[in-house]
Ligand binder design. Structure first.
Ligand code: TRP
Length: 365
């Protein structure tokens, strides 16, 4: 019997899997919530970064061109922000058939009502005003997300706070699979699942340093659809203009301000000089001759300094030539991603007594 654990990560490093749905460009909320962690952990872990383009069809089945465009744009954003394709594997979901196949098997192990209780799914139904008219595929994507993760057997899933609700069923189904098909005792501690003979590590979600970045409307979470986002591609002028509109309700420079307002969330999130942050907080709280406008420009300058190198890296991938470069990277990475995914699928089917071995997978190769 193959020992599943021995096959994880030939690099010897634990794995990360995380990803984005291509429904637009990435913004600062993504940066502080997840991207920054990905860049920081890229060498410590063997990283798989997934474009959930199949999931994009759950609400946009009639917009294939937009999904394709956004797929390439998000990969450009990734490279721009430091997710180096030479040190990680990009996974284009629709090129990895093992994910769709595993989705079916996992769907049998998740109660339907459990899926429908997912709070993120419920919020999405509301904010996207899907009513009763959502597709069958829409709730299905939460099972798909479990498969996205488990097919790579990662230990860590760096995500924004809203995605934690998707990690929980993934952990549940991972336990259930190993209990049902690998003989793992239900009393086993999460950390011991693999050593107890289970196929999947029980993955943990990891939220970035700012769980929920407020948008430039000063009210809602930053989100492309709410028109309150600062995109990674924005220029200094655009950043300044967007921040300029951030409403705090404060009138004058000598009025004591609330250092827990939305502007100060930006101060703490983007001014990386603790001394300066403390000074601004003190002056603001005391109403010591400091205007909102001034602070906004200072924040904008820091954001611009963060985004400047990103814009520079992105310049290498402009236009159609840039698209072609991205496709070239994807072709190479897809082979690696399929090898890793098919290894897990092989082991899963073996555990499920589906090891007929008639169709060839890349593993065992
Ligand atoms: N649902 C995630 C989002 O919209 C994207 C995603 C799909 C994902 N599969 C994933 C994130 C697996 C982490 C792990 O942001």
């Amino acid at each position: 019997m193959t020992d599943p654990a021995s096959h994880i990560s030939p690099s010897g490093k634990p794995r990360i899997l995380t990803g984005d749905t291509p429904t637009g460009q990435l913004h600062l909320g993504h940066w502080v919530g997840s991207l920054e962690n990905r860049v920081r952990l890229i060498d410590e872990y063997e990283c798989f970064f997934l474009i959930a383009n199949m999931h994009a069809f759950t609400t946009r089945a009639d917009k294939p061109d937009g999904i394709r465009r956004s797929t390439l744009d998000i990969i450009k954003d990734w490279i721009a922000c430091g997710m180096d394709p030479d040190r990680s594997t990009f996974v284009l979901q629709t090129e990895i058939p093992a994910i769709a196949e595993l989705t079916w098997y996992l769907a049998m192990l998740l109660p339907f009502n459990r899926v429908m209780r997912n709070p993120t799914l419920k919020t999405e139904l509301e904010t996207k005003e899907l009513g009763d008219n959502y597709s069958f595929g829409f709730p299905m994507y939460t099972v798909g997300q479990c498969a996205d993760i488990l097919i790579f057997r990662p230990e860590l899933v760096p995500v924004g706070e809203d995605q934690l609700a998707h990690i929980e069923p993934c952990r549940e189904v991972a336990r259930r699979f190993s209990q049902t098909y690998c003989g793992v005792d239900p009393q086993t501690e999460d950390a011991d699942y693999v050593s107890a003979g289970g196929l999947f590590p029980i993955p943990e979600g990891k939220v970035g340093r700012v769980a929920r970045l407020i948008g430039t409307d000063g009210v809602n979470k930053m989100s492309k659809s709410l028109n309150n986002a600062i995109f990674l591609t924005d220029t200094f002028k655009q950043i300044k203009k967007k921040l300029g509109g951030l409403y705090t309700g404060r009138q004058t420079m000598d009025e004591p301000g609330d250092i827990n307002n939305s502007l100060f969330q930006y101060v703490r999130a983007f001014i990386d000089d603790a001394g300066r942050v403390a000074e601004l907080e003190k002056k603001y709280a005391e109403g010591d001759n400091i205007g909102d406008g001034h602070i906004k420009v200072e924040v904008a300058e820091h954001i611009d300094r963060l985004l400047g190198p990103m814009r520079a890296r992105r310049a290498d991938f402009e236009g159609e030539k840039g698209d072609e470069k991205i496709l070239q990277i994807l072709r190479e990475h897809t082979r690696r991603a399929n090898e890793a995914a098919e290894e897990t699928l092989y082991l899963a089917k073996q555990a499920m007594r589906l090891d007929f071995g008639i169709r060839e997978l890349s593993f065992p190769g």
